[in-house]
Design a protein. Structure first.
Length: 365
């Protein structure tokens, strides 16, 4: 690192490596410089040389061995996240690793051990946690106006037939490894990282072209002590019709509904609500009824830079990567700690592993 500028080597120039990481780093010239890129596709290497002035490699391992960089951004295919991360850490580089960080807790712990052994930073990339809408959801819940949160439902998906590498189990493909880390990271934050959830999962594969990884998945997180809300996460490629808002949150004083660009919530003030006396039996053949004075509020994502979408998903606004890279720079300059921590991601990896344990799908190859 020279004059506060971190030299970056990127493994992979696909959807994430280019659309999210390279596009952000190219604009963040005061703090980062892309010096090396590894990708198997010649056209992508040519783009990297011309656009970033970077050294290029066909093999990520050769790029790591060549060195002369500070931070390795691991945006390689998922199956390579563990070996490439460990190799980079052993070579003396810091690492920012895309999701999913690992196949299971055992592999994840090997990555963490390499980070500690070499005294190098290992950081997770979860670009949907620092999104404005999700931070607003947490702010509303923490305010207490919705009361005790009883149930949360989040939906991730649409209708999409796929035939790429992420549809095969052997590549760590499937809905849970691909989209799941986004929904699970948010769900675990809402559940409380200080708790370990019970997990129930059902998944299936209906790929039209013969691939074997799951393309429909539902995950339920629940607390046997009933201190945390039940959370259902739906991740599916078979939603021809909208399943409603991305989030539906139910509390004892009200609820919230909405998604990345708009949130609506309503609640009543329990101190001002009518005081009722319990019935022993029904009166006048009717259910109990009352008129509550609902307080209605809403939030909309600001027009402008927050709507500068990156990558291939509406939810991945530029503020997410920008926040993470700002935090990484602070950490490497000795000015802060990671906001998204390794113990938090370990819980996510454990949930994913448990889901796969409960669902042994047949393999096509």
């Amino acid at each position: 690192m020279q004059d506060g500028i971190i030299r970056v080597a990127i493994g992979g120039q696909g959807r994430s490596g280019y659309n999210i990481h390279a596009r952000h780093l190219e604009k963040d010239k005061d703090r980062y410089r892309i010096v090396a890129v590894a990708d198997q596709i010649a056209e992508r290497r040519k783009d990297a040389r011309e656009q970033f002035g970077a050294r290029t490699y066909t093999d990520w391992s050769k790029m790591i061995k060549a060195g002369d960089f500070d931070l390795f951004v691991n945006a390689l295919p998922s199956i390579m996240h563990t070996p490439a991360t460990i190799e980079a850490l052993n070579a003396g580089a810091h690492v920012l690793c895309e999701k999913p960080m690992a196949k299971n807790v055992r592999e994840f712990d090997r990555m963490v051990a390499a980070s500690k052994r070499n005294k190098r930073m290992l950081a997770p990339f979860q670009n949907n946690r620092p999104q404005p809408f999700f931070e607003k959801i947490n702010e509303i819940i923490d305010s207490g106006v919705l009361g005790k949160i009883v149930y949360i439902r989040s939906v991730w998906g649409g209708f999409a037939r796929r035939w790429d590498w992420q549809t095969w189990q052997e590549n760590l493909g499937g809905s849970l490894f691909n989209t799941g880390p986004h929904g699970l990271d948010q769900a675990l934050k809402l559940f409380g990282f200080n708790r370990t959830p019970k997990v129930f999962c059902r998944m299936d594969s209906h790929n039209a072209f013969g691939a074997d990884a799951e393309d429909h998945c539902t995950v339920t997180l629940y607390d046997s002590k009933r201190e945390a809300p039940q959370i259902d996460i739906i991740i599916s490629a078979y939603m021809a019709y909208s399943q409603g808002e991305m989030y539906n949150i139910c509390g004892t004083y009200g609820g919230l509904s909405g998604g990345a660009t708009n949130l609506n919530w309503r609640y009543f003030d329990p101190e001002k609500a009518p005081k009722q006396k319990m019935w022993n039996w029904s009166v006048d053949r009717q259910y109990t009824r009352e008129d509550l004075n609902w307080i209605e509020k809403n939030w909309n994502l600001d027009e402008g830079k927050d709507r500068d979408a990156v990558g291939y998903t509406l939810r991945s606004f530029s503020s997410g990567p920008a926040r993470i890279y700002s935090n990484i720079h602070d950490v490497l300059c000795g000015k802060g700690k990671l906001e998204i921590t390794l113990p938090q991601i370990r819980k996510q990896i454990a949930v994913i592993a448990e889901c796969h344990r409960q669902n042994k799908l047949p393999r096509s190859r």
